[in-house]
Design a protein around this ligand. Structure first.
Ligand code: SF4
Length: 700
């Protein structure tokens, strides 16, 4: 019996913990935390420490390509050649008849960087459409726009090592205790060692993260911009600002200052549901900080005003000069393991590789020249929700879905179902038959999963790691890179003569040369032999860059950071009314990941929260005569969900919470939270407003 041990990275959240995998040919795979890894120092959360169950259980895996000749035919097993010849023939014929924008690719923040790069090259360079978007649209797109508007580029300024150097944390719209557990554990340990460390949590729910807070601001959903402006007003009025930093390194301060000073604390208090004294306390804590880190996630991003919420929070770091120095800076928490890597290679409908802009003709030509194609279309591609709208209306005819389960994860699930039913041709490339989306496939392609292929990922702190292949995929499953290359060849496209994933990586990294994300000197050998690196890594021997903007030079034309004025201060979500009087907010629970296709098959991860529950405040429960454990029906204008009630004063009155994970379409979709969610998106980032849907709740 031969044992092998490899070092890799967890495939779940954007924290990016190091994992040591033991592969024992008799007992299968087992995992432990990598004690030498800079991110987790040996720790793993419940999801990470149970990853081996997911790998060892192949009972749900898609083992060979399956295809149906028409919607009325059954799926049948076919060879890879037949599957990809059919895919190429159908895509070519639809494009010939209806134009390139009649097809699209919907991919995932779980794809490896090389896969993401190839998909973008294939679609934007060769299929001649920009209809390639990712489920990162549901996660980080508001943060991306916020960074670009403030710093000139999508660039997370700091790294985890700043946690141990900070003395003040503002956690807004995030529950890292559940969603980024190892990062939160580092904050917890830091506070244990340094009890004077202050933590402010802004959340309508008293989460496990809020339990650690010195100050919990239980905000009314949607009012974060108002709150940030109120805190800014107090800071300015008390003179708690860094005037040197503002004067020398920012633009647009006067407009911002005038705006926040004209706001009213009384009005803000009423809108946010937070007392003025608590707002003052928050401002005082921030004012006294030596090292101030703001952390945020979906509570800010998934909003009708997600971009404004982001820039309002970023403004607090500019106001206090807490950026570009140890223990200070804003830090978006990435949900998925490689959402950052995807953005680096242009994995969204409005982006190009290496942070170049689709709407910039010079950038488009540079990318076209690099890929050896004549042009790249300047027409923005359809975003995640727009693609499904286009399928429903018939404007888009075919979609290729890779490593994501939109039937459960996109808002208004029934609309997604109609869109997929209406599509002429649906390709699903995934690992598991448990994906609710797989049932709509005309062509089902078996992909290799974590540990079954190699490639790179970038975590929340810009840290790039190499994930080696440790085991063979089951059945005839192939790596996504291999599938995409074979498809490109069936389409007779030049430019896909890659023999290995490393070849793809080499091409991409050459494209980064001279850019702000330069990793042109970071090759696989360094990643394999020296470990992980934070970009940029602009020359041989460079150790990587833990902190950006240390020189106070930002990526804007003036090299100054920009105070942004929000387009909307008050929330523009569809407001509660007599029929739907409560605000539904959705989110993760501790032990589940996304739509549960992986974590849902690990029995020990089902014990913490075995079924979905509606969290409801005692006052709202009393008004609706609901008792603990009652089955309740939650209704919005889009649909309904039937779940047990969990009565808790941890949630603000007027707000209810449902976990996002469950979904069982066709036979029983009554657990599926996204039956309810609305289709409003932020007007700039196009990120859905998952955190604010008007609903009613009644006893079943
Ligand atoms: Fe994996 Fe995230 Fe848990 Fe780390 S914190 S083990 S990356 S799920």
């Amino acid at each position: 019996m031969q044992n092998t041990e490899i070092k890799t990275t967890c495939s779940y959240c954007g924290v990016g913990c190091g994992i040591i995998v033991n592969n024992d040919s008799k007992n299968g795979v087992s995992v432990t935390g990598d004690i030498n890894h800079p991110v987790n120092k040996g720790m793993l959360c419940s999801k990470g420490m149970n990853l081996h169950y997911v790998v060892n259980d192949t009972s749900d895996r898609i083992l060979y390509p399956e295809m149906r000749w028409s919607k009325s035919h059954p799926m049948e097993r076919v060879s890879w050649d037949s599957a990809l010849e059919r895919a190429a023939a159908v895509f070519a014929s639809i494009i010939k008849k209806h134009g390139p924008d009649s097809v699209g690719f919907y991919v995932s923040g779980q794809c490896l960087t090389e896969e993401y790069y190839l998909i973008n090259k294939l679609v934007k360079g060769f299929l001649k459409t920009n209809n390639v978007d990712t489920n990162s649209r549901l996660c980080m797109s508001s943060a991306v726009v916020g960074y670009k508007k403030t710093f000139g580029e999508d660039a997370v300024p700091i790294s985890y090592e700043d946690i141990e150097l900070a003395d003040t944390f503002l956690i807004s719209g995030a529950n890292p205790a559940f969603c980024h557990p190892i990062l939160f554990r580092r904050i917890e340990m830091h506070k244990e060692k340094n009890p004077k460390t202050k933590i402010i949590v802004i959340d309508p729910r008293r989460t496990d993260s809020a339990a650690l807070a010195d100050l919990h601001l239980q905000i009314i959903p949607g009012t974060d911009v108002v709150l940030c402006h109120a805190i800014a007003k107090i800071l300015i009025e008390k003179g708690y600002t860094d005037s040197d930093f503002i004067k020398n390194h920012t633009e647009n301060y006067q407009l911002y200052k005038d705006l926040v000073l004209s706001s009213s604390l009384e009005k803000a208090s009423k809108l946010c549901g937070i007392t003025i004294s608590d707002m003052k306390l928050a401002a005082d804590i921030i004012a006294k900080a030596n090292g101030f880190i703001s952390l945020w996630a979906m509570g800010l991003n998934q909003s009708a005003i997600g971009v404004d919420k982001n820039t309002a929070l970023l403004n607090l770091s500019l106001l206090t000069g807490h950026i570009g120095k140890p223990g200070s800076g804003p830090f978006s928490l990435t949900g998925q393991p490689n959402a950052m890597g995807g953005r680096e290679v242009g994995g969204m409908a409005n982006l190009l590789a290496v942070h170049k802009e689709l709407n910039n003709p010079v950038h488009r030509q540079e990318v076209a020249d690099f890929w050896g194609v004549e042009t790249i279309s300047g027409k923005p591609g359809l975003t995640a929700t727009e693609m499904f709208d286009a399928l429903e209306s018939g404007k888009m005819k075919a979609i290729w879905i890779i490593c994501t389960n939109p039937m459960v994860s996109l808002p208004d699930s029934r609309r997604v179902e109609k869109a997929l039913q209406n599509a002429k041709f649906v390709v699903v490339q995934d690992i598991s038959h448990n994906s609710d989306t797989a049932k709509f496939a005309d062509l089902l392609l078996p992909a290799a999963g974590w540990l079954e292929k190699d490639g790179t990922m970038t975590n929340s702190e810009r840290r790039i790691s190499y994930l080696p292949k440790g085991i063979n995929p089951p059945g005839e499953a192939l790596s996504d890179v291999e599938i995409l290359i074979r498809f490109a060849k069936k389409m007779n496209f030049n430019g896909f003569n890659f023999n290995t994933t490393e070849d793809v990586y080499k091409e991409y990294t050459q494209m980064t040369r001279g850019t702000n994300i330069d990793i042109s000197y970071l090759n696989y050998n360094r990643l394999k032999n020296e470990g992980t690196f934070q970009w940029p890594v602009p020359d041989y021997g460079h150790p990587g860059t833990p902190r950006l903007f240390a020189d106070k030079k930002f990526f804007t034309p003036s090299q100054k950071a920009i105070f942004n004025i929000p387009t909307a201060i008050e929330n523009t979500s569809e407001q509660p009314n007599d029929q739907f009087p409560l605000i539904l907010t959705t989110g993760r629970i501790r032990d589940q990941w996304h739509t549960m296709t992986k974590t849902g098959k690990v029995s020990r991860l089902m014990t913490h929260t075995p079924s979905p529950m509606l969290e409801i405040n005692p006052i709202d429960a009393f008004k609706a005569a609901i008792k603990e454990g009652d089955i309740v029906v939650v209704t919005s204008k889009n649909g309904n969900v039937r779940v047990k009630a969990k009565i808790s004063d941890a949630i603000k009155e007027g707000v209810v919470f449902l976990p996002m994970h469950w979904g069982k379409q066709l036979e029983n979709d009554l657990n599926r939270t996204n039956n309810l969610t609305n289709t409003v998106v932020d007007p700039i980032s196009k990120e859905p407003d998952f955190k604010f849907t008007a609903v009613s709740v009644g006893k079943f």
